[in-house]
Design a protein around this ligand. Structure first.
Ligand SMILES: [Zn+2]
Length: 421
């Protein structure tokens, strides 16, 4: 079975090999693997060892096919084009354009920035607190009716609930409270609106009377709820909670914008340090080099933020306006990891680029010997294809051993960073 899979893999890989040598290459590798298998079996080697050796051999065939493909003039031209800074920035711009297109022109971001309800600042979400901080419960329909009849701080109140596929059940005056019939509520897309049955607990939305603040409404609702329940003391103890609808909707916007802005600021601070170093060493700032870095530092965190808002569940709320488990602890952790990855990649990519033309440096050459302490330190040297200079990257990153550096070979960038040898 392993033999068949490997032979099939080699057959598929042969299409990557240039046409002129493809037939010979395929025949050579297939007969090689076939012969090798027969030899091992003839020697009585265990089946699993034979399978492991065949897999190893097939991987070598795939590597060989890739090497031949990369060596063709067309692939080399493609790799050279990919080494340009325009390719990297173009890819990021393409990604941003795809996000805008696929998200219907950033529908959720727009909904967070400008909720399409008239006088949206007067809208509030009402739920009941639980024993633990952050715990929220929907409200009983009987209490909703009691509040509706007696409340003085709110013009009116309405109840709603929804399910995952996008069906919402609402009380008859729901759209009157909102002042619109939206396509999404609390950023949750709603495909069908139905009338609430009046039996299940509901999340509540209300509209404050002009001049009334959230605290007044919350105090009144708490007093009314205590009167409604008379002598009954529910366990866990419950209190009405009133929060602004717009503030709640915008919370993910501010939270993730904050994380991504910090990422950008860290990267821009790195640029500032680099530019100061340029001024100190060569007396001028390498404008193209740092412009490319700043473009990455701004667009990548922006792309991450837009992706989170539009396609992730970081913007999902429970019916009461609380955060889901996926939205808060899990996503915050994931976004911090992604921001770290962006910082790491931006710095790593920038380091491996030519200081003059900002292309990726090519042809890595290992020099020195590993383990040498005093002389002949190990490291890698990369050069710019246009001949602007070379970069020495020490294998051991320590100032004590040796520091890496850029050596300019071109007359336009003669002031190079000294590399002590
Ligand atoms: Zn260059």
């Amino acid at each position: 079975m392993t033999l068949m899979v490997c032979l099939f893999g080699v057959l598929a890989a042969s299409w990557a090999v240039p046409r002129a040598v493809r037939r010979d290459w395929r025949r050579w590798w297939m007969s090689e693997i076939w012969h090798f298998t027969a030899l091992l079996r003839g020697r009585g080697v265990k089946r699993r060892h034979v399978a492991a050796r065949i897999r190893h051999h097939s991987t070598a065939a795939l590597r060989d096919a890739w090497r031949l493909r990369v060596a063709t003039p067309g692939s080399r031209r493609l790799l050279l084009a990919m080494s340009k800074p325009q390719f990297c920035l173009g890819t990021i711009a393409f990604g941003l354009a795809m996000i805008v297109l696929a998200s219907h022109s950033l529908a959720i971001t727009r909904a967070m920035l400008a909720p399409d309800y008239p006088d949206a600042r007067q809208l509030v979400l009402i739920s009941e607190t639980g024993l633990l901080p952050g715990e929220r419960y929907p409200v009983d329909p009987a209490l909703l009716e009691y509040w509706k009849a007696r409340c003085q701080t709110l013009t009116t109140l309405a109840g709603y609930t929804w399910n995952k596929p996008g069906t919402a059940w609402v009380t008859p005056n729901f759209f009157e409270v909102l002042g619109a019939r939206p396509r999404r509520f609390l950023l949750h897309s709603i495909h069908e609106w139905r009338r609430a049955t009046g039996e299940e607990p509901l999340g509540l939305v209300g509209r404050l009377k002009p001049g009334v603040n959230f605290a007044d409404a919350q105090t009144e609702l708490r007093d009314l709820a205590a009167r409604f329940r008379h002598y009954q003391r529910p366990y866990p103890p419950r209190d009405a909670l009133v929060i602004p609808l717009v503030g709640r909707i915008r919370q993910p916007l501010f939270a993730y914008a904050g994380v991504c802005s910090v990422t950008t600021l860290i990267l821009l601070f790195g640029a500032l340090i680099g530019m100061r170093a340029d001024l100190r060493r060569i007396g001028r700032i390498r404008r193209n080099y740092w412009a490319y870095y700043c473009a990455k530092a701004v667009t990548l965190p922006l792309g991450l933020a837009l992706f989170i808002w539009e396609f992730s569940r970081a913007t999902s709320f429970t019916v009461t306006g609380g955060a889901t488990f996926v939205a808060e602890p899990f996503f915050v952790w994931l976004v911090i990891l992604a921001s770290g990855a962006i910082v790491w990649w931006c710095l790593a990519d920038q380091r491996g680029r030519c200081r003059a033309c900002v292309r990726t440096l090519q042809y890595p050459v290992r020099i020195g010997s590993l383990g040498a302490v005093l002389f002949d330190h190990a490291g890698t040297e990369l050069v710019c294809c246009e001949g602007h200079g070379s970069l020495y990257v020490p294998a051991v990153s320590s100032d004590y051993v040796q520091r890496g550096g850029w050596t300019a070979l071109d007359s336009s960038d003669v002031h190079s960073e000294p590399v002590p040898r």
